[in-house]
Design a protein around this ligand. Structure first.
Ligand code: NAP
Ligand code: MG
Length: 471
């Protein structure tokens, strides 16, 4: 049993003023793993004050100093590789496969940010003027539980690159993961106050970050519902916001696609991170003429997907993070049945032998139309909806008929054709014949998938304020 009773403010692990504890429960067994002492409003204010003070000097740091900070963090993170993977598996229920991949991405992310710093011009000429790209101020980082340390590292790296200081509020469910990254960041020896971490609840710690006038910007990843609450509050003090919200990503299989490659890929896209991914490809658009073939292949592929203990190397789908998330996914499966969609494979209740954890059967619905709730709302679990189309134009129309626009996928044996379709989809990223990540390309959503972009130049500029000197 672990007790996490410290938060991190101004270069030190300290005991928070808050007195409430939150239980940490294993998603795999529902046994209690430990507890975390939650910070309160006063703790958040102290963290913001420390970041505000640190900003006075850190905003003037040189590019070399920022690069050195990033290298130091990378070194201390790299040393704890096993710990990062294990704690993500244990506390979050991420599969070993996913946690290992996440760690590698997290580590590579520092390099991408360093590369960016080596090439980015903080002073530009526009018209006849000198334009200085200046650090915005104190950044509030509010993140969910589905890739906690990955989000902390990418957002904090960008803030450091920009010369901003930070107050980080992770999900309280990620407390052990947070403790680990806090130890690494502490070891990296950053100037005190550059990062501060407050464990606590969204409507306490998150709300104070959204309200406090000394926060200049919020970088948020999470649900569209909470994103809207934050944006409304932020406007009172004109905080800048970067919001990475939900998705209902379409995956278009064109009629010339090689299904023996495209369908397994589609299931990876749908069930990545056990379905708890904002970029999951949860609407599979199949040409009507090839539906039977698609169904057969889907059934066959899903029947081989291993659900179970996330510690096992071969497990592809682990438990949902909490019983609440499990119930949410069950509820959506129920909704799909009630709406008249047909279960091709999977369905309600836990897979046999996995009754103790928050396990869901990887589920595929067919006979779905795009107006059903299971086709419109983010489920955040391993549930895929198959929707048929007759023509290419109809496929594009269905793909774009969503309030979201984070990511999309297109498969075709003719890459030019896929490219043409991809160009017509309203989404921040479109994956052609694969699933990849480009850390120098922008990431973010059209429509209600968010505001702003992360990664690369656009991601960095979201932490900078342009100042024109007119001579
Ligand atoms: P969430 O409610 O959006 O929470 C994300 C973060 O915002 C958490 O740290 C949360 O704190 C905080 N927060 C909550 N209320 C707040 C407020 N009033 N002001 C400021 N911050 C606040 O996400 P969730 O509860 O973890 O998951 C709910 C659903 O969101 C999921 O089922 C899924 O559909 C979606 N989701 C999307 C993503 C994504 O990447 N797009 C990620 C996770 C979840 P608490 O820890 O107290 O909740
Ligand atoms: Mg929440």
């Amino acid at each position: 049993m672990k007790t996490i009773d410290k938060i991190y403010i101004n270069g030190e692990f300290i005991t928070p003023n808050g007195t409430e504890y939150f239980d940490l429960i294993s998603p795999t067994t529902n046994e209690k793993l430990g507890k975390v002492l939650l910070g309160n409003q006063k703790d958040t204010q102290n963290a913001i004050s420390a970041a505000k003070e640190a900003f006075k000097t850190f905003s003037k740091s040189t590019i070399e100093e920022r690069i050195q900070s990033l290298k130091n963090i990378q070194t201390s993170v790299e040393k704890r590789k096993e710990d990062f993977i294990n704690v993500m598996v244990e506390e979050y229920g991420g599969t070993l496969q996913f946690a290992t991949m996440s760690f590698e991405y997290m580590l590579k992310g520092f390099e991408s940010t360093i590369n960016l710093l080596n090439t980015y011009d903080f002073t530009k000429t526009m018209g006849n003027s000198e334009v200085q790209m200046t650090p915005l101020g104190v950044v509030g980082i509010i993140i969910p539980w589905n890739s906690s340390n990955g989000f902390i590292c990418s957002k904090l790296s960008t803030a450091i690159a920009a010369g901003c200081t930070t107050v980080i509020k992770p999900s309280e469910m990620s407390a052990q993961q947070t403790q680990l990254i806090a130890e690494c960041l502490h070891e990296a020896g950053l100037p005190k106050g550059v990062f501060n971490i407050v464990n606590g609840l969204g409507d306490v710690v998150g709300a104070e970050i959204s309200r406090n006038p000394d926060i200049a910007k919020i970088s948020f990843t999470g649900s569209t519902t909470v994103g809207k609450i934050i944006a409304k509050e932020a406007v009172e003090t004109m905080k800048r916001v970067t919001l990475e919200l939900g998705g209902k990503s379409p995956n278009i299989l064109l009629d010339d696609a090689n299904f023996s490659e495209a369908i397994p890929l589609a299931l990876i896209a749908a069930y990545m991170n056990s379905g708890q991914a904002c970029i999951a490809g949860t609407r599979l658009l199949v040409p009507e003429s090839r539906l039977e073939e698609a169904k057969k292949l889907i059934k066959e592929t899903v029947s081989h997907i291993i659900v179970g203990n996330p510690q096992n190397k071969t497990t592809a789908v682990g438990p949902m993070v909490s019983t609440k998330q499990y119930e949410r996914v069950q509820n959506y499966i129920q909704i799909g049945i009630a709406e008249g969609a047909e279960i091709l494979i999977g369905g309600l209740e836990k897979p046999e032998g996995l009754e103790n954890g928050n396990f869901v059967k990887p589920t595929v619905f067919v006979n779905v139309n795009n107006q059903m709730r299971i086709a419109r709302e983010e489920i955040f679990g391993p549930v895929l909806s198959v929707i048929t189309y007759k023509t290419e134009d109809e496929a594009i129309e269905i793909a774009n008929d969503t309030t979201y626009g984070l990511q999309a996928y297109v498969s075709s044996s003719d890459e030019k054709r896929a490219h043409k379709i991809a160009s017509q989809i309203n989404a921040g990223r479109v994956q052609i014949n694969g699933i990849g990540h480009d850390p120098m390309a922008p990431f973010g959503g059209f429509k209600q998938s968010g505001i702003g972009r992360e990664f690369g130049t656009l991601g960095l500029e979201a932490y900078l304020e342009p100042k024109a000197l007119i001579k």
